[in-house]
Design a protein around this ligand. Sequence first.
Ligand code: COA
Length: 281
Amino acid sequence: MFQTDLLSSQTILVTGGGSGLGRAMAERFGALGARVGVLGRRVEPLEETVAAIRAAGGTAACASADVRDPHGVHLAIDAIEAELGPVNGLVNNAAGNFLSAAEDLSPNAFDSVVRIVLHGTFHTTQDVGKRMIERGTGGTMLSIVTTYAWMGSAFVLPSACAKAGVLAMTRSLAVEWACYGIRNNAIAPGPFPTEGAFSRLMAGDIEEQAKKQIPLGRFGEPGELANLAAYMMSPGAAYMTGECVVLDGGEWLRAGQEFSRYTEYPREAVKQVFGAMRPRK
Ligand code: COA
C-alpha cells in the first residue's frame, strides 16, 4: 500500500509504544523507513518493540518515562534524540482507562487517568513542539483519541473528559503552530482488540454485543490503524491539520441513528415490512 521509504525523512516518537496500538504503529513506521523512538513506563515491552523493528531492518530506540512527569519525559526524549537524531514526528498514544461508576471514583482515580491522557499528551506535545520550534524544522503530531471524545461515554468519565481535552488540544495547536510548520491531527478509533484496552473495558458478554453494534461486523485490526497513522504522519498528508479521522467500522454513527435498528433484521424481511407500510393507491 505504501512505498517502503514513505517515512524515511522522519524520526517519530510513539508514546505507549511497547504494546497494543502503539507497538503496531511503531513497527509500521519502522518498516516505512522512519527512525522510531518508543517511550513508556515499562522498559521490557519497549525493548521488545525496538528489537522487532531492528529485526525487520529498521532503526529504533527506547527510553522509559511516565508521561505524567514532564521532567522525566524531557530526559527520555533527550536520550532518544541522542540515539536517533532530532524528533520531527510525535504520536501521543499512551493512555489510561478503566470502567467505573462515576459516583465511585476517588479523586485520585479521576486524576490518574486525566494526568496520563490529557496532561501526559500536553507534556510530550509541548516538549517535542518546543524542539521543533527552536530548530525551525516543523513536524507532525498525531494523537489517538476515541469516538466518545465528542459524545462522552458512561462509565469511563475521566477518559471521556481527558480525550475531549486532547481533541481540543489538537485543534488549538493545529492553528497556533501552523506558522511553525507543525501539523496536529488525531485518530478516533472504535474498539480495537488489544490486551491493554479489552482487559480493562470489555466485561462479560459486552465484547460480543459491541461487535454486533458495528456496521462492518467486526472490530478493527491494529494494522489498519497503523495504515491510517502512517498516511497521516507522512509528507503525503502535508495539507491535513486539525483533523480527527474516525476509524470504527461505522460504530458511532450507527449508535446515533434513529432507524439503524432495522439493519439488525434480514434485509428481505425489512423490505417486506416497508412495503406493507406503504400506502395503497
Ligand atoms: N476502578 C476504580 N478506581 C481505580 C481502578 C478501577 N478499576 N483502577 C485504579 N483505580 C484508582 C486507584 O484505587 C487509585 O485511587 P486511590 O488512590 O484513591 O485508591 C487511583 O485509581 C490510581 O490507581 P493506581 O493503580 O495507583 O494508578 P497507576 O498510576 O498505577 O495506574 C491506571 C493508572 C489506574 C490508569 C492504570 O489502569 C494504568 O496504569 N493504565 C495504563 C494502561 C491502560 O489503561 N491502558 C488502556 C488504555 S484504553
